[in-house]
Design a protein around this ligand. Structure first.
Ligand code: ATP
Length: 328
């Protein structure tokens, strides 16, 4: 990777004026009877890396989908730089929000470079006729797009694989390519859905550095992740979703120490919890087996003691038998 690895979790210039990049208010998403997201407010400011965490099924991806026009929220409003977002994903991308997906969505049979070029289409002005006629305007725009795409591949460390088919990249590099493709739309806000899923510790560390470098380019970031160490090290602010609702929001230390967050992650035993009865049954059976084993051990020890006594007694009897010495 060619990014500057000296960057840290704190924003580069804390005194720089902050602009609200994303402003989600009262976002609710219902699927029939299920409320996946309920009244969630969240802001992301320029220069910030904000984390969104929560247990499985908490509604994190659904919330992302509401922000990016994949879902139209049942209630609430999402603004990007003070403009209400249109409910269409390509328009949201054009407005300035790019994203990656939890399940990588690359064009498997396209090259690495082509995948990034696809990501640029919202920023190219050449229309259909220009493309069909392939005039000078088209060639100029195409050359500029390729140049920018190569810069982005250089940035994520994949320039040397520009001609490889994306399906042949190792998993960690596919995630990097997804990020390069998202950056190709020149976003002001990048949403990352589990960017380190399936990565080894080295790849995770490299991704952390890459995200800091993206932030330093002036792109605000909202990231979903299950790796707590990664998120706490990376983020200026963390919001916690539990069962569709925002439980708490704050800096890493505040969130990490919050007992409700710990309980939501580790789980607290509660009356009638699934499996409680089974656990109790296993414990009873184990206790019973232990008692039986102890009783048996005692019984065996007792028998052994009896046998020893009998033997000793027999020996004593033999020793005491008259004429014994004479028999030897
Ligand atoms: N399209 C859909 N139709 C019906 N229910 C859905 C849909 N999408 C998500 N859900 C439900 O909404 C809830 C929240 O799911 P979501 O995927 O947003 O959670 P998550 O926090 O991203 O989970 P994970 O960490 O496992 O990815 C879940 O109960 C899920 O089954």
């Amino acid at each position: 990777m060619t990014t500057d690895t000296t960057t840290q979790g704190a924003t580069p210039d804390a005194t720089a004026p902050r602009e609200t990049v994303l402003d989600a208010r009262g976002v609710t998403m219902r699927f029939g009877g299920l409320t996946a997201v309920r009244g969630v407010d969240l802001t992301v400011n320029s220069g910030e890396i904000v984390g969104l965490i929560g247990p499985n099924g908490a509604g994190k991806t659904t919330f992302f989908n509401c922000l990016t026009g994949l879902y139209i929220p049942t209630e609430g409003e999402v603004r990007y730089k003070d403009k209400v977002l249109p409910p269409k994903s390509f328009k949201v991308t054009a407005a300035g929000i790019a994203r990656t997906f939890q399940n990588i969505r690359l064009f498997a049979n396209m090259t690495v470079l082509e995948n990034v070029l696809v990501g640029r289409h919202t920023r190219t002005k050449e229309g259909l006729w220009s493309a069909l006629l392939r005039g000078p305007g088209f060639h100029k725009a195409e050359a500029a797009s390729r140049e920018r795409a190569m810069e982005l591949l250089e940035f994520v460390g994949l320039a040397h694989k520009a001609d490889h088919l994306s399906r042949n990249l190792p998993y960690g590099e596919q995630r990097k390519l997804e990020i390069a493709r998202a950056l190709a739309s020149e976003p002001g806000l990048l949403l990352l859905d589990e960017p380190t899923a399936g990565m080894n510790p080295q790849e995770t560390r490299a991704t952390e550095e890459l995200i800091f470098a993206i932030r330093d380019m002036g792109i605000a970031i909202l990231v979903i992740e299950h790796d707590m160490r990664f998120i706490m090290n990376l983020c200026d602010r963390v919001a916690v979703l539990v069962q569709g609702e925002k439980l708490i929001e704050g800096d890493s230390a505040t969130v990490q120490q919050d007992e409700r967050v710990i309980a939501a992650y580790l789980g607290e035993p509660f009356e009638g919890a699934p499996g409680e009865e089974e656990i109790a049954e296993v414990e009873r059976a184990e206790a019973q087996a232990e008692t039986q084993a102890e009783t048996q051990a005692e019984a065996e020890a007792g028998t052994a003691a009896d046998t020893t006594t009998d033997a000793d007694a027999a020996e004593a009897t033999t020793d005491a038998a008259p004429g014994k010495e004479n028999d030897r």
